[in-house]
Design a protein around this ligand. Structure first.
Ligand code: PLP
Length: 280
């Protein structure tokens, strides 16, 4: 049985219900967070909770829980479901509204759910030794990708395109052929020992792993730049990798038919991955 937190109660996930009048269901009017639990430790919980608050504020969704209460519920969910490796999923929608209307009244009561999914990171660790393949896909998402909204149809279409091609992730490019991010990750290239990733703006999510890795890159005295890079620069990079809560730092060795360098994970990427895992 998986125990889920839903609006102040703890229930068996298979028995939980949210009304069809939920604005998350009707309009994707909600936000979410994914926090990894790796070898019994929560990874970057503070950064994820802070981003949850930022997403809620950007959509003007007000909740009556404090961040430390969400943290305590997440810890309780881990305890009740008794796992050492997995992810905590938090979703908050604006609440129920009937009759349906794009415009919402003030004072709706948000629907808050928190649950866990056990995850074996061994597969991710073995993927990292070989590196993963990716597909390029146009970034067809809405123009507020800085909000971690539950509106994930564009991401899902990209991810399923990559899956059809037997690839791990889709790398998204904008209308000028610049890389934005992955379907569920931040994308980085390394060229001449410089680590480069897309600058923070409305086109990408402020990745928590990205944020953590920037300090690791700087501590290692590697060069770093937040800069847009093109598909051409991606294919010509010395190393390519993605960062996310569930993949940590993952080497990318192939983009469609094109091998990155010699088709093996890059040394800098692997050292960044080791350091990221050391710091958990
Ligand atoms: N970009 C998108 C679109 C994502 O969905 C994610 C994570 O799911 C990321 C970037 C990486 O963010 P984080 O490192 O916080 O997991």
């Amino acid at each position: 049985m998986t125990t889920c937190y839903i609006n102040g109660t703890y229930q068996d996930i298979s028995k939980t219900n949210v009304s069809i009048t939920d604005r998350g269901f009707q309009f994707s009017d909600g936000v979410y967070e994914v926090i990894a639990v790796y070898e019994n430790k929560f990874v970057d919980m503070d950064l994820h909770l802070k981003r949850l608050m930022t997403s809620l504020n950007k959509l003007k969704i007000k909740i009556n829980l404090k961040l430390n209460q969400i943290e305590n519920i997440s810890k309780k969910i881990k305890r009740l479901n008794n796992f050492n490796n997995g992810i905590i999923y938090i979703q908050i929608t604006r609440g129920n509204q009937h009759p349906r209307d794009h415009k919402y009244p003030n004072g709706l009561k948000p629907n808050i759910i928190i649950y866990s999914i056990p995850k074996d990171f061994k597969k991710i660790n073995s993927n990292a030794k070989r590196g993963v393949s990716t597909s390029l896909y146009p970034d067809i998402r809405w123009l507020r990708s800085d909000i971690k909204s539950i509106s994930l149809l564009g991401n899902s279409m990209a991810a399923n395109y990559a899956k059809e091609k037997k690839n791990h992730e889709a790398i998204l490019y904008d209308e000028r052929s610049y890389i934005t991010e992955g379907n569920s990750s931040s994308i980085w290239i390394i060229k001449n020992n410089k680590c480069i990733t897309h600058p923070l703006n409305y086109r990408i999510l402020k990745g928590c792993t990205r944020h953590k890795l920037i300090s690791i890159v700087k501590n290692k005295k590697l060069k770093f730049e937040e800069k847009k890079f093109s598909i051409k620069a991606l294919l010509k990079a010395d190393e390519v990798f993605m960062t996310s809560a569930t993949n940590f730092v993952m080497p990318i060795v192939k983009v469609d038919k094109h091998k990155i360098s010699n088709g093996k994970p890059g040394q800098i990427t692997l050292s960044l991955r080791d350091e990221f895992i050391n710091q958990i």
